[in-house]
Design a protein. Sequence first.
Length: 337
Amino acid sequence: MRKARVTLLAMAALLCATPAAAVTPDRLFQPVGVWPAVGAALLRAWDALPAPPATWRAALLPAAAVGEPGRGRLVYGIPLTPSEGIYIRNPGEVWTTTEVIAALREAARLVRVRHPGGFDLVVGDIAMRGGGGFRPHKTHQTGLDADLRYYQTGIEPGDYSYHFVTEANFDTPRVWALLQALIEIDAADRIFMDVRHQRRLFQYATGELGLSRDDLYPILSYPHGGSRKDALVRHVRGHHNHLHVRFRAPLAHAVGALFTIDEAVTAQRELDLEELGRFDHVVRRGDTLGAIASLHAVDLGELRRWNHLGKRSILRPGKVIVVRRGSGGADDETMIP
Ligand SMILES: [Zn+2]
């Protein structure tokens, strides 16, 4: 967050150089040479301030998408919560940002308005609290990727169980309405959908809706090769039974640019320790317990104890290592008379 502080100082410096400052009487200005010293003093004073609790920062800063969908984090994310028109399949795995939540709710509402019948938008995985990798996904790491169920015919509105998608039960008008809604609210950066479903949408749009091939060119990569990258909807294997939307979230990206991945981990860890009393480190390939201890600035022995691990325990990728607030070590105890 030092970057943020430097940005603030730069903005203050810029303000001093505005026309408003230029018309102030000359005697208010110090010789130019004094300003770098004032700047440095301000920066030192700022750094000396006690850090505000992480919960304050989380309340003040919007959720931040840090890094790439396939290697990133979500800082100060919020969970999608149940609302009219949305069904959440895995409540623990829908951490995201306000922009994504607003877009999902509005898209679900528009589909229900245009095609009454009470069908909810069924939301699968988005991201874990704090983002990062989780199985079986390669992306979904920054809170901006969401898996959605295709609308299906032949089932009751309240039926959220799993149904294999077939040609016969693919609800083309509603899936088209969802796509149209996402386009209208300019919410999607890209959408992954099996080319066979793209063909169904293409035939529906050119047939019943009377759209032209040119109209559809920027929307569907079908028929010009199912995975054309300049179309919004692309074919990526594994998207026959659910579609995947990567949301545009300018605010989350802007705040995310203030953090490196390591700073993101630290910021979320401080919040989790305050709010939950624990932080879950998900083991990645190449992690060692020693490296995890030093990354989170805790004692290796304590880390072993919290996780009931012996010296020979093997860390497998995907395993959760619990990090708690350290006891501060023996130094504190020796201070007690
Ligand atoms: Zn996905």
